[in-house]
Ligand binder design. Sequence first.
Ligand SMILES: [Fe+2]
Ligand SMILES: [Fe+2]
Length: 359
Amino acid sequence: MQAAISEINSVEDAAKKAVTNTIFSPRFYTTDYEAMNRISVEPVRADWDAMMAEYEGDNNHDHFQRDANFAEEARELAHKMSPELRQEFLDFLVSSLTSEFSGCVLYNEIKRNVSNPDIKKLMEYMARDESRHAGFINSSLKDYGLGIDLGNLKRSKSYTYFKPKYIFYATYLSEKIGYARYIKIFRQLEKHPDKRFHPIFRWFQRWCNDEFRHGESFALIMRANPGLLQGGNVLWIRFFLLAVYATMYVRDHTRPELKQAMGLEPTQYDFDVFRITNEITKQVFPVLLDIDHPAFHRNLDRLYRCAMRADAGKIAGGVVGNLKKAFWSVAGAAVFARMYFIPVKSNILPKSARLAPSW
Ligand SMILES: [Fe+2]
Ligand SMILES: [Fe+2]
């Protein structure tokens, strides 16, 4: 089936892609700041203080600067990219930038609106990191004349309200899966430098250690508040795990060239990333998705096909197109619901929550 990503040929296309919300694109969030004020990290104080000392030490303070030949290398390699790869790479840059900036905006807003000193300080550090990440990606978009006006994006993109616990589940997962995605790419290109078609990938290892630490922060918050990991909340954890995994699968399969150029196969890559993420989430979640269940893979493929057909309907437009879009969206939701009921694996939490980025 033909993958469908809308082309980015101008600065307006890039801005439009960043600002538009679809089921599968990164969103901006707001939350309940009063409830954030009531979060206590006392039960994990020793681990918390050690982690805050790492943030304070800021071992990546000098990392997000481009070296002298970055732009030159990017320009030379750009000539070797096929038009399809170029489009998928631009799509990757814009969606990654949107997701980094989404973290930056959310963490900054929480920092501005809470009085809880632990949460405030944490958010300040994480916003610092995400702002560097977003700026670094934007520099590469600017090389193509496609830089995004982040102030404008902040003002014009719509915001989704999430209760703090949903922020914790979703953001924890997106930080950890972000780590797993970047480290898999970094390791692959370390082995096959000839497949590194843009210099930005050389930055991924130290970059994803930031994401790993952001994930650690949410793991500690949840471990300090075990009610978030019990009872009916386990159903929410299952939901977020599946939503994050499925979104990644669909998105990656709409950009097959990008993985192929790196010598990676999208399905294999995604399952490797799921495996790493499952391993990491043992630090905090009482359940893990059974990614080896035959129905899991089969239904991910179905979900991807539904998403593609819904998208084709949307592009076609008109009465028939819209009906197609509605039909395949409902079909996709039904596949998602079926996947939700695939039995999960239970997990006993380790005594200490902290993990090192060792993949
Ligand atoms: Fe980031
Ligand atoms: Fe992050």
